[in-house]
Design a protein around this ligand. Structure first.
Ligand code: ARG
Length: 460
């Protein structure tokens, strides 16, 4: 019988379609390094506890090293009949070292084994993601420092609202990504308890040392409840949630790049390295990478939704349903890694059209709030009243087709005779952003300081 793992009570080989639906080797082979690391830690612990001989443990360790190098060099034969990575490694170990291989699975089950392997895999992915997020923050903060005083239109409802600086806008994403990193760090902290030694679900009668294997594998401690240890997939859901929120952030930035780069806005330019052409329209410069970062968000959120649905009805402890945690998670994590790399390169590549930004910032009466604020300060009137007066002035300017800063003083005074001459100095977009010095505000001075703070924190 092909399956040497659980063949004992079975008289007939599994149906081919069972074998097909059951096998996970097509995707869980990705876990080979984690599986071997887990087995080495387990075997060393078994020997230390006198559960297997030191000689067998040495043979097992050497055999596992051989398997690791065989898989790395693509010299390893995978077959669907052997179901999953755990069975493959153990079967090959038997070929290599004989009966001692059969002692490795003492006080262990594939249930705690797979939970351990997958936690190790996800933990590595979290660490790689964090490094990639820090790179993106650095790219954004560098650009923010450079364009700390570059005025652009700030939008609400995608309608021109108030002038902001391009640097300020980019730093908003640095903050968002900082929270993303916090979520991944939290997920990592909670993930970092070892399932190994929980065995099938109830623990084991062997005198194992779960603290030792936990430590050897970089876990903070063993998971306290054996049932929970084998049936917990919170770490997958939590990591995919963090990944989804990150993907949404990247998607929003992508959308902005797509909008900004559209000739109708013309606020930024991507170089030839980050645009594609059209096969029919010679003038086109399409921001494909930004569009794809936006689109791939669907895959990441899809993985989260898929696995929520898998988990929602499962009784404790392990059910084979949980094997469906892997493919979509692998895909989501690889996708996130790709879109992060693409976004970081795009941010580095991006250049603002400074003149166009400033012109656009001046359109749409973006300094109307500055006008209203000034009247409050100078005339001591309530903001609601100054809002009303400013609205009338905007309507008048709009009717005349001129920007606010070109409005003659007497035209404004015709709306309200109390309007002081000093108003003329507050209507430019530069003056507007400069005045927003409140904590977290868009003033170039603030932006420069914040960008420097981030660059220092991120190690430039
Ligand atoms: N391939 C399985 C998985 O990924 C490993 C655990 C199988 N355990 C079992 N009792 N069938 O979940």
């Amino acid at each position: 019988m092909a399956n040497r793992m659980w063949g004992g009570v079975f008289g007939v080989a599994p149906d081919e379609i069972l074998e097909e639906i059951n096998a996970s080797i097509g995707f869980d082979r990705k876990l080979y390094a984690e599986d071997i690391a887990g087995s080495k830690a387990h075997a060393a612990m078994l020997a230390k506890q006198g559960i297997i001989s030191a000689q067998d443990a040495r043979k097992i360790a050497r055999g596992l090293d051989t398997i690791l190098s065989e898989i790395k060099r693509s010299k390893f034969k995978f077959s669907r009949a052997l179901e999953d990575i755990h069975t493959h490694v153990e079967a090959r170990l038997k070929d290599l070292i004989g009966p001692a291989a059969g002692r490795l699975h003492t006080a262990r089950s594939r249930n705690d084994q797979v939970a351990t392997d997958f936690k190790l895999y996800v933990r590595n992915a979290i660490d790689a993601t964090d490094a990639a997020l820090a790179e993106l923050q650095k790219a954004l903060a560098k650009k923010a420092a450079r364009y700390a005083a570059t005025v652009m239109p700030g939008f609400t409802h995608l309608q021109t609202a108030q002038p902001v600086t391009f640097g300020h806008h980019l730093l908003a994403y640095v903050e968002m990504i900082s929270r993303d990193r916090g979520r991944f760090a939290d997920a990592r902290k909670r993930l970092n308890e070892s399932p190994l030694g929980a065995a099938a679900l109830a623990g084991t009668s062997f005198p194992i040392d779960r603290y030792r294997t936990a430590k050897a594998l970089g876990f903070d401690r063993p998971a306290a409840n054996s049932l929970d240890a084998v049936s917990d997939r919170d770490f997958v859901l939590e990591t995919l949630s963090a990944a989804s929120i990150t993907a949404v952030h990247l998607s929003r930035l992508s959308e902005e790049i797509v909008v900004w780069a559209s000739p109708s806005f013309g606020l930024v330019k991507l170089s030839d390295r980050f645009t594609t052409g059209s096969s029919i329209m010679p003038q086109k410069r399409n921001p494909d990478a930004a569009e794809l970062v936006r689109a791939k968000t669907g895959r990441v959120i899809g993985a989260l939704v898929q696995f929520f649905v898998v988990m929602k009805g499962l009784p404790l402890a392990y059910s084979k349903d949980m094997q469906e945690d892997k493919e979509s998670t692998f895909d989501a994590l690889a996708t996130l890694s790709l879109v992060l790399a693409a976004m970081t390169s795009m941010v580095r590549d991006l250049s603002p059209d400074v003149a166009r930004m400033k012109a656009a910032a001046s359109e749409g009466y973006s300094t109307a709030t500055d006008l209203a604020d000034h009247l409050v300060q100078k005339l001591g009137i309530p903001f609601r009243e100054s809002h009303e007066i400013s609205g009338k002035i905007v309507a008048k300017a709009s009717k005349a087709g001129i920007p606010l800063e070109k409005m003659p003083l007497k035209e404004m005074q015709a709306v309200d005779p109390r309007i002081p001459k000093s108003v003329l100095s507050v209507l430019s977009v530069d003056r507007s952003v400069e005045s927003r010095k409140s904590y977290g505000g868009t003033a170039p001075k603030n932006v420069r300081r914040e960008a420097e703070k981030w660059l220092k924190r991120l190690g430039k």
